[in-house]
Design a protein around this ligand. Structure first.
Ligand SMILES: Cc1ncc(COP(=O)(O)O)c(C=O)c1O
Length: 472
């Protein structure tokens, strides 16, 4: 695109946006089982969109200039604290930013002799690795139980050193949807004077409603002794538009360690609660309106529907020949694997049938699998989803595992990816059936199989190269 010589008409622009979006996955309807969260109630999303629009141009940079931001944020954060055991919070742009702030606070609250470290179960979200990378903290990876996929407190304890500033538990972890033993992990941390963050990004605004609807949910929030911070994304099970999360701190003094202020320049004084400085209040308005539009009753009703759908899905998948649910998730996230069919091929087959089921690569002894995030809208289509999974499994069985071109994995494993130009990388992608310049949704089984065969650091290098090529 180049900038048009003359301004264009809005209708024309909207038509163009529609064209640009034609190959996107649908954000509503429940056929996309990751990335998007649909209540199945268009009026709720409409309320959020209108409030978002209303706050769009308000800049949260200066709370004294826009007091609406302070009031709205206090209401939203207050509601989250009320549900999750209290504390003082910050409204952030998403799980990654909430986690970044929790790690910064821990690093700055407890200066250590060496490089600060944190003990992170292997099933915890990569946002912790990102925070560590950005903030100069070292990650000590903690194995999880190979059957339940939960972190063990003993393993977390064993990973702690004199320089550990933070330990992490997930409620639940995303890959298998299981809740780590938060009380035990927090107790082990507290016994050594170490802070403990609970990543409830996906579960914070879900698990309490599931519990109220009858699910067995262990204690996981700030009311658990030893838990010092918690992240809860509203743009997941809060059903808010993207850009909405809350990080809570048990102690206001710890929250202050997440803040940043600078008066070291001749311009306006900078005081930021978040990583971003200037930012739109749109997401805050959207989250506030979603809370107001749904209310307790709305969330509880969604929780009931989600619980029923998750139970039906687990039971239905267990009945499909060759498939098995991984672990015993308390949440609405379901992962299934197979020793008989290639799950990456299964995912492609589902895609052909109009459903997106998210493939997950094998890691740390956990086999490759398919992840499904069940949301409020899933229940009404759960039987159709099960039929598609069954049909796709049968088709995948018929097709057999994705066939990898001879020598390709070794080649990718040994390539100097930085020395490769974009055209050569494009040829490599073509060898696994991906047209990098093409539109639509390519078959991904071979790509996933190649990535799956590589160690994590090579996977990362390939993915970074891929990103730079598609944005060339
Ligand atoms: C458990 C967990 N933590 C953190 C995140 C990161 O959230 P975001 O994508 O909003 O940065 C996710 C996202 O899926 C998650 O599931």
């Amino acid at each position: 695109m180049s900038l048009p010589e003359k301004g264009r008409d809005i209708e024309e622009l909207l038509a163009e946006i529609s064209r640009l979006k034609q190959d996107d996955l649908p954000v509503r309807g429940g056929k996309v089982t990751a990335y998007v969260y649909d209540t199945g109630r268009p009026e709720v999303h409409e309320a959020a969109a209108r409030a978002y629009f209303e706050m769009l141009e308000v800049n949260t940079l200066d709370p004294t200039a826009f007091p609406s931001v302070v009031e709205m944020e206090k209401q939203v954060v207050g509601a989250v604290a009320e549900l999750l055991g209290g504390g003082s919070g910050i409204f952030t742009s998403g799980g990654t930013e909430s986690i970044m702030l929790a790690v910064k606070a821990a690093r700055d609250a407890r200066p250590v002799g060496g490089r600060p470290r944190m003990a992170v179960p292997v099933t915890a979200h990569p946002a912790f690795h990102k925070a560590a990378h950005y903030l100069g903290v070292v990650v000590d990876a903690v194995p999880v139980d190979p059957v339940t996929f939960r972190a063990s407190a003993a393993a977390v304890e064993a990973a702690m050193t004199e320089d550990t500033v933070l330990v992490v538990a997930s409620a639940p972890s995303y890959p298998q949807g299981v809740v780590d033993p938060v009380a035990e992990i927090a107790a082990a941390a507290s016994a050594r004077g170490v802070l403990c963050h609970v990543d409830a990004c996906v579960g914070g605004w879900l698990l309490p409603w599931l519990r109220e609807a009858g699910a067995r949910v262990p204690p996981f929030d700030l009311s658990v002794p030893g838990v010092t911070s918690l992240s809860c994304d509203l743009h997941k099970f809060g059903y808010s538009p993207k850009g909405a999360s809350v990080v809570l701190f048990a102690d206001p003094a710890l929250r202050r360690k997440a803040y940043f202020a600078s008066a070291s320049w001749p311009g306006y004084t900078v005081i930021n609660a978040t990583v971003q400085s200037s930012k739109s209040a749109g997401p805050l308005g959207g989250a506030w309106a979603t809370f107001q539009a749904l209310g307790r009753d709305g969330y509880l009703e969604l929780g009931r529907a989600t619980l029923a759908a998750a139970r039906r899905l687990r039971e239905g998948i267990a009945g499909i020949p060759g498939l098995r649910v991984l672990g015993d998730p308390e949440s609405a996230l379901v992962a299934f694997g197979s020793d008989e069919v290639d799950v990456f091929v299964l995912s492609d087959e589902a895609r052909k049938r109009g459903w997106f089921l998210q493939p997950q690569l094998s890691y740390a002894g956990i086999p490759a699998n398919i992840h499904i995030t069940v949301t409020g809208v899933t229940l009404r289509g759960v039987e159709a989803m099960l039929e598609v999974i069954a049909e796709s499994a049968e088709a995948a069985r018929g097709r057999g595992p994705a066939a990898l071109p001879d020598g390709l994995v070794d080649l990718v494993a040994s390539l100097d990816l930085d020395a490769l130009d974009d055209a050569a990388f494009g040829e490599l992608a073509a060898a696994v059936g991906v047209d990098l310049g093409g539109s639509g949704q390519p078959e991904m089984a071979v790509v996933n199989a190649v990535l799956d065969a590589l160690p994590a650091d090579r996977r990362e290098a390939v993915l970074i190269r891929f990103l730079s090529v598609i944005y060339a």
